[in-house]
Write a protein that binds this ligand. Structure first.
Ligand code: NAD
Ligand code: LMR
Length: 342
């Protein structure tokens, strides 16, 4: 069956993550081979030349699946007919800027973008927010798009999920593909909770699966040592990895973030395979998260968008960690509400 082109709008397309996204999407890395894409690049005036340059390079790539590229600094033009929106462009925190200032600056970006999506995007539009603070930016965009079902707005925590897999694979000395059912709960911030309580790892010799905590206990010399490693090394390392990358590279993660965004959309539209992944979705109260917050959950898809995996047990310590991250989301929501948004 020949597919009509999918229109993908990327904001901040002239920036670092934008540049790491465009060519993989054009090559079929996000929607699969056989699905043509039309790319629409949104920038602010200062970023237009970089986005225009990327558009020239896209042309020079002669991608068979690329049905067209447009560059604009007008949200209504860029979101017109959009099926998938990747909201990457955001206002970074500047010197002396408080979190409230950052939220206010981003409300001024994600509010109007949500309104433009509401007005001109395709009926089936799906929106993934990458730009930070990603969860609350998604909440702002959803609140500004009253005619688009709120569950079409998501935020990226796949990078955190992948970071957790990477850390576990390294200590267990297994390929990442051996590990499944890790969860990132809460906010894409230092309060997030990377949870391995339900995660399993396959034994390469027998193919059978054992709990990740049991496997860690075997490797690290007992259950207590495993718990200590999780609390003192794994959780802070995953939750602080964004800051670690900034310190080591001198700027925030780019290729790993773009890869995570592509994987997020691909698994949503083509389906998850084994087990679950993590994504921040609009809560309908699942796991006690207040309705309307955009919080990270364990999710699966059969190709028609993500659904939250329900019914997992959370022990008291895990519950407290989820609650702490959700409290931060509540505070962010209250701060943008005080600005009259959301
Ligand atoms: P960058 O500064 O290289 O690029 C951002 C681009 O956005 C710039 O070209 C800028 O001109 C553009 N922009 C700013 N405001 C815009 C607007 N209103 N409309 C359209 N474009 C606009 O930054 P980057 O490295 O590409 O990172 C982008 C964002 O992604 C940042 O907020 C960063 O913190 C975030 N990020 C999120 C994750 C995640 O896992 N969720 C991971 C890494 C980075
Ligand atoms: C990341 O997780 O790498 C980024 O969200 C960090 C940042 O603050 O840009």
């Amino acid at each position: 069956m020949a597919y009509a082109p999918t229109t993908v709008t990327i904001t901040g397309a002239g920036g670092q993550i934008g540049y790491a996204l465009l060519f993989r999407i054009a090559a079929g890395g996000m929607l699969g081979q056989g699905r043509p894409v039309r790319l629409k690049l949104l920038e602010i005036p200062q970023g237009m030349r970089a986005a225009e340059g990327a558009a020239l390079e896209l042309q020079d790539g002669a991608f068979p699946l690329l049905a067209g590229v447009e560059v604009s600094d007008d949200p209504r033009t860029a979101f017109d007919g959009c099926n998938i929106a990747l909201l990457v462009g955001a206002r970074p925190r500047g010197p002396g800027m408080e979190r409230a200032d950052l939220l206010a600056a981003n409300a001024g970006i994600f509010g109007p973008q949500g309104a433009a999506i509401n007005a001109v995007a395709a009926d089936d539009v799906r929106v993934v927010v990458v730009g930070n603070p990603a969860n609350t930016n998604a909440l702002i965009a959803a609140a500004s798009a009253p005619d688009v079902p709120a569950d079409r707005f998501e935020a990226l925590t796949r990078l955190d999920h992948n970071r957790a897999l990477g850390q576990l694979a390294a200590v267990l000395e297994v390929p990442v593909s051996a590990i499944r059912d890790v969860t990132i709960w809460g906010n894409h911030s230092a309060t997030q909770f990377p949870d391995v309580a339900h995660a399993t790892v396959s034994d390469p010799s027998t193919g059978s699966r054992i709990g990740v905590v049991d496997a860690l206990a075997e490797r690290l010399g007992g259950r207590e040592a495993a718990e200590r490693w999780l609390d003192e090394t794994f959780i802070p390392r995953v939750a602080g990895r964004g800051a670690e990358i900034i310190e080591v590279r001198g700027s925030s993660s780019v290729a790993s973030a773009a890869h995570a965004a592509i994987s997020h959309v691909r698994d949503s539209v083509l389906g998850t395979t084994e087990g679950w992944t993590s994504a921040a979705l609009v809560s309908r109260g699942e796991y006690g998260v207040p309705e309307g917050l955009v919080s990270s959950y364990p999710v699966t898809s059969t190709g028609d968008g993500y659904r939250i995996v329900e019914g997992l047990e959370l022990d008291a310590r895990s519950r407290a960690r989820v609650d702490a991250s959700v409290a931060e989301l509540v505070a962010e929501r209250d701060a943008v509400r005080a600005l009259g948004v959301a």
